[in-house]
Design a protein around this ligand. Sequence first.
Ligand code: GLN
Length: 493
Amino acid sequence: MSELTAKTIAELRQGLASRALSARELATAYNLAVEAGRPLNAYTVATPDLALAAADAADQARASGDAPGALSGIPLGIKDLFATEGIETTAGSAILKGFKPQYESTVSGKLKAAGAGMLGKLNMDEFAMGSSNETSAFGPVISPWKRNDGGNAALTPGGSSGGSAAAVAAGLAAGATGTDTGGSIRQPAAFTGICGIKPTYGRCSRWGVVAFASSLDQAGPMAKTVRDCAILLEVMSGYDKKDSTSLDLPVPKWEEGLSSNLRGKRVGIPKEYRIDGVPAEIDVLWDKGVEWLRDAGAEPVEISLPHTAHALPTYYIIAPAEASSNLARYDGIRYGLRETGEGGLDGLYAATRAAGFGAEVKRRIMIGTYVLSAGFYDAYFTKAQKVRTLIKRDFTQAFERCDFILTPTAPSAAFGLQEKMSDPLAMYLNDVFAVPASLAGLPAMSVPGGLDAQGLPLGLHLIGRELDEQGVLNAALAIEERAGFTAKAERWW
Ligand code: GLN
């Protein structure tokens, strides 16, 4: 990692403001890193010219004394789920290959308007369905991390925002956008030793974000530090009349509000999250996390989230149901791939969808269609909606006793490519700690806590009250300051 690409966004902002550094110099360093990082397969498309154009605009604005945007000259990667004007946007799917939107998603547009430069589009699981980035039509992303066992096994960076996580961890972007439907920001952040926050549902506009499960999908930032996440989230958030679920609330000044003094706060430790089969190291790290928060002034309290065991089955009904409906639009007529097939229009639909969707997406569409079918709707979909309400109520009751909740982010460190692809249920289990907060629409964040015995990063997970991103960021900051996590993936690419 060149010196520049190792810096945080806060440091770069300082360097650019003091003119110690030009935005062009920075964009050039990142463009080179993206090029050299090809073996990681983190990007589906590189846009070095866009990064340079934004950099030149940033340098010119500074030279002429204009007030710089909040991200003036900062090079970012954009997950390929965000529509980017004129730049191929595929959601990691063959069915959208070649699709160049005529519009920009609200979130990526806000980053652009704040002066950020786009380095390219980041690889991801197809339609954000997956936990390992292996369902991508562009092939898996390879984690920059290796086990310290002397072997050379290729590991997953997690998913679905695997490209975003690998890019930030390997210095191929100063920060990145991710999206999280059931853990897709937090689990990859944990697997790669970076930070990622999913805000309260509705904070970031979903307009122009390819829909997976609309009642769960949220955008959020992935970056090296808690502060960088606060900086990015402030720009990405805000009301958008083009998204009917967008929250019409002012965006708090999260960066200004950062404080790791947790005196007077109570941290809830949910007893139902102690589950069998989780490596002892993860429990040990969890206990350390409690101690770090206590050291920062917080008082630990045991809490109960009684419906936790039902969260994963509930998610894997609701998310596929919404996906099957959202993905009906890929019909070979309106976007991307078209296979004519035989038998007129129906044949065209069938041939296009058969050729364009990968196996996991097809599985989700079939599950979703099944649980929404007339004979099974009440038994599955209606029931899942009721359980979702109970899960949300668990959190409401827990937050009468605590201010935020601490859990591990994922039940394991990064696993090897191919290890779980033949067993969808083992893959789905990755989301066990992440999914409840998604179903409840709550802000949640992963922050690096340490390394396991194999030298791989492990994350700690903070869940906050609705709209209390500040509480989540502050608790994460307290952990960040105490964990002293400075490990970096050794460069092999
Ligand atoms: N891994 C989960 C899934 O496959 C979550 C994905 C996500 O958050 N987009 O659905």
